[in-house]
Design a protein around this ligand. Structure first.
Ligand code: SF4
Ligand code: SF4
Length: 378
């Protein structure tokens, strides 16, 4: 496993980190044995950085790691969690949440701890409840080794946040698609200018850059038929000099082994390969799927619409162009109340989406398209 020493951060970090928000599930719960097997395999292959958060898997992810990680010596792995800033509503809430997280994770300290999902709308909470001072104090007490924040907003807000305090690191959504499309480049450059190491989330954009339209993937497959499509996205991010850790939310042994193989013999993207990536981006621009990462921050919808589920089916359809699968997934495997047609346009989900997707409009458009496909097939 490729490792990188980052001045100021504790120890040499593996370049690949395990994002524990998409662990294998069964009956809507983490499949304990399958997930445990993945964690053991990762650890035994040098992947010893585990990233969780208060809300991952509805709160189960922290509890799961609290059961599995103590099987290893505490100083042989890195454990990261995040303060759910949106749950801090009064004095004392941050302390309560932090202590709850330590208990769930069954640990005395976090190696890395972040203010989770900062954006313009969280500035007021961070300032009002002095959340930076709170995590800085926990660092002084030895309960956190490194402090940072994860971020979903524009560059102006990032510049304000990043320059306001002394951060050990910050976590951004960076991948070759968002680089130009969603201005991830300027966010990355802000951290670089301020000498803040960049941890990367969504390098494969929730799976979007792991499998897409066959004609777009052909650029990569013709060049190297053995390399997975996801490996291109991971290598691209790893080629950025200020990137420390790259988090990947791996749900299966196949994904884990492929990612470990990518990082065991890590090669930077060459200029020839960059041209292929540019060609893929051009093709993907023409497909234009909904930029949903599956983070589920918009859930639950009070009317029962499965927002990320609808977007996933639609994006898969646009990438694969398979109408039968799209119709079956949408009309057979989804309840009517989960479908886009049940959106009541209450607007509650809109402010929760870090990708700023016009959720009700997209749902309406998708539902109409699915009905059209159904009519065509019948
Ligand atoms: S706008 Fe639609 S999808 Fe969003 S919360 Fe309201 S009903 Fe649910
Ligand atoms: S619609 Fe937005 S908030 Fe909901 S899962 Fe997709 S990216 Fe996340």
């Amino acid at each position: 496993m490729d490792k990188k020493y980052i001045e100021g951060l504790s120890g040499s970090l593996p370049r690949l980190g395990y994002g524990c928000m998409r662990l294998p599930v069964r009956d809507n719960k983490i499949d304990f044995e399958a997930a445990k097997e993945l964690i053991h395999y990762a650890y035994n292959n040098g992947l010893n950085y585990f990233d969780t958060a208060y809300n991952y898997h509805g709160g189960e992810s922290e509890i799961f790691l609290g059961k599995v990680l103590p099987e290893f010596k505490r100083d042989t792995y890195f454990l990261t969690s995040k303060l759910p800033v949106w749950k801090v509503e009064k004095d004392g809430d941050a302390e309560k949440l932090f202590n709850e997280q330590l208990e769930k994770c069954n640990t005395e300290y976090f190696d890395f701890y972040l203010l989770h999902s900062l954006s313009k709308k969280s500035i007021e909470t961070v300032e009002k409840f002095k959340l930076y001072d709170f995590i800085a104090k926990k660092k002084e007490e030895g309960k956190i080794k490194n402090i940072g924040f994860s971020f979903h907003d524009g560059n102006e807000v990032l510049q304000k946040f990043a320059a306001a305090h002394k951060w050990d690191f910050a976590q951004l959504q960076i991948n070759y698609w968002d680089w130009e499309e969603n201005d991830a480049k300027s966010l990355y450059e802000t951290l670089e200018k301020l000498n803040i190491p960049c941890f990367v989330m969504e390098p494969v954009r929730g799976g979007f850059l792991a499998s897409f339209a066959p004609h777009a993937m052909k650029h990569f497959k013709d060049y190297n038929s053995q390399a997975s499509i996801a490996s291109w996205a991971l290598r691209w991010v790893a080629s950025l000099p200020n990137v420390a850790i790259i988090l990947s939310g791996m749900s299966s042994m196949e994904q884990l082994q492929d990612n470990i193989a990518t990082f065991s013999d890590l090669k930077s993207i060459s200029s020839e390969e960059q041209k292929l990536i540019n060609a893929v981006i051009e093709d993907l621009r023409k497909i234009n799927p909904v930029p949903c990462t599956g983070c589920r921050y918009c859930m639950d919808c009070q009317y029962g619409v499965d927002i990320p589920g609808v977007f996933e089916i639609y994006n898969d359809y646009k990438k694969s162009e398979n109408k039968q699968i799209a119709a079956r997934s949408y009309f057979t495997f989804m309840d009517e109340k989960e479908q886009g047609g049940n959106c009541q346009k209450c607007g509650e989900c809109l402010t929760k989406c870090p990708q700023q997707i016009s959720i009700p409009d997209e749902l309406e458009k998708i539902h109409a398209e699915m009905l059209k496909i159904k009519a065509e097939l019948s």
